[in-house]
Design a protein around this ligand. Structure first.
Ligand code: HEM
Length: 250
């Protein structure tokens, strides 16, 4: 019997390993140095999709972060986004895409998973870091200072050592891509959550990097105010199939 018993842990571990791979256990961020700017980020990267989202924080209390979205474009079409939580409904979201020449970015807030989340405004702004921003027909990189983007009322207070965040990627054209109110279709390439290591994201160079950010990007006319009430009601609403929360195709 002894040999049988001793094999059980091995089998259990093997099954755990298999299920981790097949069920998409939450991915974690790793250190990444952006070659264009030297900014050091904690980055989630999907090997299948080539979607990346990196974050850098100040070592001092701050409600801002430096973010970097990078992802492939499909002959110029597509969009990528991040969520301040692992959910889509409620928290502050950002999507970015190409207008054919430049990167367009847009803050969004979703009340449901059926419609294009509308553009929102609030006490937050995005200030591009030009040296870390580029776009062509096949790839987009957007590096930015997200000022005032952290806080419990937005979905992530940023003081914890780690935080669950979300990602989404589409290769379909954005409707009216020249406007930050452009219409997004479902993230058909992939979506899910990841664990951002905020403790390791804190860097003493943060203020120097943040000082490179340009002017805040204005929202399109008609953008509505971010609604903090949706952040609470959106979390744990139980209206989604837990098993589908991560499509495991990062
Ligand atoms: C800034 C843009 C967006 C971001 C960052 C985003 C992010 C996410 C994330 C993280 C999830 C998984 C967690 C959850 O179920 O809440 C999700 C699910 C979902 N999203 Fe989005 N999303 C965006 C835009 C959209 C758009 C434009 C649509 C469709 C019009 C959409 C439709 C859905 C649907 C249907 C699900 C559930 C899928 C499933 O559980 O199988 N999303 N989104």
């Amino acid at each position: 019997m002894a040999p049988t018993h001793s094999r059980i842990p091995t089998i259990t571990l093997t099954l755990l390993t298999l299920s981790t791979g097949s069920l998409g256990q939450t991915s974690v961020t790793n250190e990444f140095t952006d070659p264009a700017t030297g900014i050091v980020l904690q980055r989630f990267f999907g090997a299948r999709t080539n979607y990346g989202f990196g974050i850098a924080l100040s070592t001092s209390p701050s409600n801002s972060f430096i973010g970097q979205l990078s992802f492939p474009l499909n002959d110029g079409a597509g969009w990528g986004g991040w969520s301040l939580t692992g959910d889509m409904e409620g928290p502050l979201l950002m999507a970015a895409w190409s207008d054919g020449t430049s990167v367009v970015s847009s803050f969004r807030q979703a009340e449901n998973e059926d419609d294009n989340p509308p553009e929102v405004v609030g006490d937050f702004s995005v200030r591009p870091i030009a040296a870390g921003t580029s776009v062509n027909a096949t790839f987009l990189t957007f590096t930015f200072l997200c000022e005032g983007c952290l806080g419990a009322a937005l979905g992530l207070d940023g003081t914890a050592a780690t935080a669950e965040m979300g990602w989404a990627l589409s290769d379909k054209a954005v409707g009216d891509p020249g406007s930050s109110a452009g219409v997004l279709e479902f993230h058909n390439v992939g979506f899910g959550e990841f664990q951002a290591d905020l403790a390791l994201a804190r860097r003493p160079e943060f203020e120097d990097w943040a000082a490179r950010a340009g002017a805040p990007v204005a929202a399109a006319a008609g953008a509505t105010a971010f609604d903090a009430a949706l952040v609470e009601s959106g979390e744990d609403s139980g209206d989604e199939d837990e098993g589908d929360e991560d499509d495991d195709d990062d």
